[in-house]
Ligand binder design. Structure first.
Ligand code: PMP
Length: 277
């Protein structure tokens, strides 16, 4: 199994990371996850654009073009013969003696690995249960940073309550999942949090909004209070990994159940049509 370290493809067993990488000291870096269908990355351009936007928001000067990065990532997919799975890539701000103050002198360090799809449960078909809890993250959730402590803690909390995903409550407003975006459906209208600093604007979220509009659903991008969960007809989460996954039960700060409804099923069908053949 090969990985990318800087611009090189090397066996994973030979990849070693510098002790003074700011990624380790500060979680000072950004990442993307792209799903691979039949050997082809899905929505790679959108992911590369978001990667660049995250790097700009964090003042990390990343010297590769989208084309160069995309070619390098493709070479790893081919080297590891990935047909279906994902590619993860990240950059950290680079290597410097530990100091909160960064200098803008260090070269970003790029790493990437691939993962073939495992035969696991299928949340897309069976749905999943979610745990409603406080959003304890920082105020720049729009940046896809590798510093994910708020996300990992709520994910563990959800699992400890036998739920698949945490959905997050910031001051009475539902923002998103720990690694997904959240949609509600009521009377054939879709509701989701607007793309502000309080959520990551998911690529899947953007594609679902587009597909929904193309199929004549209204989409309301507004903050909505957690209580509306109790009045929704359907609910689902979206992410590159789970695509569109129906929510069948909510636990935690509020308890409710949902059937897997027709709007979710319709959007899943439309989404499947845009995936690489
Ligand atoms: N929100 C958060 C916090 C996430 O971590 C993710 C997945 N990385 C998403 C939303 C979904 O984003 P995407 O559809 O681009 O995978």
């Amino acid at each position: 199994e090969y990985v990318i370290l800087d611009q090189q493809l090397i066996p994973k067993s030979e990849a070693s990371i510098n002790f003074d990488d700011r990624g380790y000291y500060f979680g000072d870096g950004i990442y993307e996850v792209v799903k691979i269908y039949n050997g082809q990355p899905f929505a790679m351009e959108m992911h590369l654009d978001r990667f660049r936007s995250s790097s700009e928001k964090l003042d990390i000067a990343f010297p590769m073009s989208n084309e160069q990065l995309s070619e390098l990532l493709m070479s790893l997919l081919q080297k590891n013969s990935i047909d279906n799975g994902l590619i993860y890539f990240q950059i950290t701000r680079g290597v410097e003696p530990r100091n909160h103050l960064y200098t803008r002198q260090s070269a970003p360090v790029l790493t990437a690995f691939t993962q073939a799809t495992k035969d696991v449960a299928t949340p897309q078909e069976k749905g999943l249960t979610v745990w409603l809890t406080d959003d304890i993250r920082w105020l720049r959730c729009d940046i896809k940073t590798i510093n994910l402590l708020g996300n990992v803690l709520v994910k563990r909390e959800a699992a400890d309550h036998h739920c698949h995903e945490a959905i997050l409550n910031r001051d009475g407003i539902m923002t998103e999942g720990s690694s997904s975006n959240l949609f509600l459906v009521k009377d054939n209208v879709l509701y989701t949090h607007p793309a502000t600093n309080l959520i990551l604007n998911g690529i899947t979220r953007q594609l679902v909004i587009k597909l929904a509009k193309e199929n004549n659903y209204s989409v309301v991008e507004e903050p909505f209070p957690v209580e509306v969960l109790e009045h929704a007809d359907e609910a689902f989460i979206t992410s590159s990994s789970v695509e569109i996954a129906p929510i069948t039960a909510v636990k935690g700060q509020l308890t409710t159940v949902f059937d897997i409804g027709p709007v979710t099923l319709h959007l899943q069908k439309k989404f499947a049509e845009i995936l690489p053949k």
